[in-house]
Design a protein around this ligand. Sequence first.
Ligand SMILES: *Cc1c(COP(=O)(O)O)cnc(C)c1O
Length: 319
Amino acid sequence: MTLAVGAAAAAFPAIDDRHRDQRNYPHGVAFMDGQYLPMSEAKISVLDWGFLHSDATYDTVHVWDGRFFRLDLHLDRFFKGMEKLRMKLPYSREEIETILSTCVSLSGHQSAYVEMICTRGGSPTFSRDPRQAENRFIAFAVPFGSVANKEQLERGLHIAISDTVRISPKSIDPEIKNYHWLDLVKGLFDAYDAGAETALIVDTNDNIAEGPGFNVFTVKNGVLKTPGYSVLPGITRRTVFDLCNELKLPASAGDVSREELKAADEIFITSTAGGVMPVTRVDEAVIGNGKVGPVTLQIKDLYWTKHTDPAWSTQISYA
Ligand SMILES: *Cc1c(COP(=O)(O)O)cnc(C)c1O
């Protein structure tokens, strides 16, 4: 299938106030079924198995100051997920790259949260056989969003550890970025009930796993550690490993117990939605001296510096 991205983009209507329904939709641009649309018009059938069965994979990349950050790694993960789920799209990797940057340029956002999604779709004959489904591709660009707000980034987040167990990797391969979030959402409600701002949930061995859309790192005596089991291998997590390599800081993945987490000198969480974000309280425990630690700050600063490095980022052309 050939995609006339240029022609579709040219036909895209100017986003006026009619389309910009601020009450329900952030300002942004989506792509689906071969068309670019205002966010408020990007809608799927309720019969799509992505919705009915969470039968979907996705990825989120961000744009900062007009540049994608590590887009190649996000595309690698997205294509690997689709392959594992036996999904196929009529678009090549290059076409998807073009669609993503067109969503961003049409939206006009210099800093954006960009999502690409492949759902199982559905069968034209309503067959229950997933092999007969026509998979659906959706992409969109909306304003950049963060797990932590400005105040939380300055003083560090307050996290609660929930007793909720992350769905077993034997059930759902965590390397496939997915929408199986009921455990994470339950963890979030547990955290709010405990007066905290966000949550970490545990793996099947009661070690720390991850939070709603983020990984976690501890720093103890200058050594970094992050859970290795029952987590999505985040691109930001991977980026922290790359930065540690550059900074000559030792970092590894392995089991992190609740006690080990609370005894850390520093803690931070990582996500495309916000980058490297400090944590200064876990349940009732104050982490370190209660202030954002020096290793966290060093990694956070270098993380943002890399956003202008051509080896780590891709310029978007805004037509
Ligand atoms: C996306 C996600 C993360 C963070 O991954 P990044 O690639 O760094 O954004 C962590 N855990 C889960 C469950 C996620 O969906």
